[in-house]
Ligand binder design. Structure first.
Ligand code: T4K
Length: 376
């Protein structure tokens, strides 16, 4: 009989900076008395992140959701925007907060991303943009999406919340589309406790982003438009600066863990542990399995309950689907028959623990438990 883990084993555990190094940074902030409003640490973080992510221009925000909301304003989106239902609540919510109607498009079975072959049929005279999500850091079909956007004159706003550091054939993920949003929440592979960023190719977008996050203030005597408070503070920027030195090691460690998970789980019928995609530099931010009840013997929900008995705390990302939320389920595009792949996928997926502090023996034990519970 396998023993449960002694303490809850969560899907993630944040990467933390060295506390002494953080203290040194805090001393600099204390001495400067500049705590917020675009201080030196925030400026340094923006410079270092632009280099790391290979972004032409980049602005940081208090969180990814505010960044997405402001990206809609920067691109002057309105009417309808085509997006995916298989995402976190923040994606469609950021549209609604701009009085834009999300139109849900079904997803691809293997990548969990918006299916570009289904986008055109959803375009109407009100459509202003496509808002795809690189779900779990796996890139969307960026070429096809851009072709459609070009054909119909639509903007492309990528929710790249999960895609920090991801590349396609050596090109940084933010090279694609008009704007990409990254989330730096504590649960992300790279974080600043809370935080987010927008990456742009257009310098005018950065100028507007910087003023929109600061109430629309351009200068002491000029307020251009109604902005909000989406600013970073100095202490969180310090965490970001320190973790930027650690994130590559974290990705490497997670890659080893992912490979071990896949190696063991491929021998369990009914558990699909995914694969890397040729030409993509992955960031291994999530480890997601798909559970096929007919082959495995237990449903995703049954496996979830069993793992909880062993003190493993997985997450059903992304269940429920956004299109099934109470606030969106009456939209015409939310009809289940129009989103068959997304509805099926949301009932099959399970995110398992993945972070750089895990031991290989933890992975082996979790896989042993997954095997044992299916055998009764
Ligand atoms: N777009 C997409 C596609 C997103 O996934 C997200 C955020 C956004 C946009 C918006 O970006 P932000 O505005 O958040 O920057 C979490 C995160 O709060 C959220 O950032 C993230 N996506 C979403 C996928 O996951 P919860 O409610 O599932 O997190 P929670 O609190 O259950 O945490 C998961 C596990 O992580 C816990 O069981 C324990 C561990 N944990 C968590 C925190 C916060 C820690 O060990 N330490 C911590 O401080 O939403």
């Amino acid at each position: 009989m396998l023993e449960p883990f002694a303490k809850p084993f969560y899907i993630t555990q944040p990467l933390l900076p060295d506390i002494n190094e953080f203290n040194e940074m805090l001393k600099v902030i204390w001495a400067s008395k500049q705590l917020s409003n675009n201080g030196n640490m925030v400026k340094q973080l923006e410079r270092e992140l632009s280099d790391f992510l290979n972004a032409d221009f980049l602005s940081v925000f208090s969180n990814g959701t505010v960044a997405l909301q402001l990206a809609c304003k920067i691109l002057r989106l309105s009417g309808e925007v085509i997006t995916t239902p298989f995402t976190f609540a923040a994606t469609p919510h950021s549209l609604i907060w701009n009085n834009i109607r999300p139109v849900f498009c079904d997803i691809e079975e293997d990548t969990f991303n918006i299916n570009p072959d289904l986008i055109e049929a959803l375009i109407t005279e009100h459509t202003t943009a496509i808002m795809p999500v690189h779900v779990f850091g796996c890139p969307c079909n960026v070429e096809k999406i851009q072709q459609i956007a070009d054909k119909y004159g639509l903007k492309v706003l990528y929710d790249a919340a999960h895609a920090f550091g991801v590349k396609i054939n050596g090109k940084p993920i933010s090279f694609f589309g008009d704007i990409s949003m990254f989330s730096f929440h504590a649960t992300k592979i790279y974080h600043t406790i809370e935080g987010g960023a927008l990456a742009f190719k257009n310098p005018n977008f950065k100028e507007r982003a910087d003023s929109l996050r600061n109430f629309g203030i351009r200068s002491l005597d000029c307020v251009m438009e109604p902005g909000t408070n989406g600013k970073r503070n100095e202490s969180q920027a310090a965490v970001g600066i320190l973790l930027l030195k650690e994130v590559e090691k974290e990705i490497e460690k997670r890659k080893e863990i992912t490979n071990l998970y896949r190696q063991i789980l491929e021998n369990i019928p009914g558990i699909n542990a995914g694969r890397d995609i040729d030409g993509v530099t992955h960031n291994y931010s999530y480890f997601v399995i798909r559970v096929d009840k007919d082959e495995y013997g237990l449903s995703r929900n049954e496996l979830y309950e069993k793992l909880m008995e062993y003190n493993i705390v997985p997450r059903k990302y992304f269940y429920p689907l956004c299109s099934n939320f109470q606030c969106y389920c009456n939209f015409p595009s939310s009809a289940k028959q129009q989103l068959p792949v997304a509805n099926k996928t949301a009932d099959m997926v399970l995110s398992l623990p993945l972070h750089g502090r895990m031991l290989m023996s933890d992975v082996e034990k979790i896989c042993e438990i997954i095997k044992a519970v299916s055998e009764g």
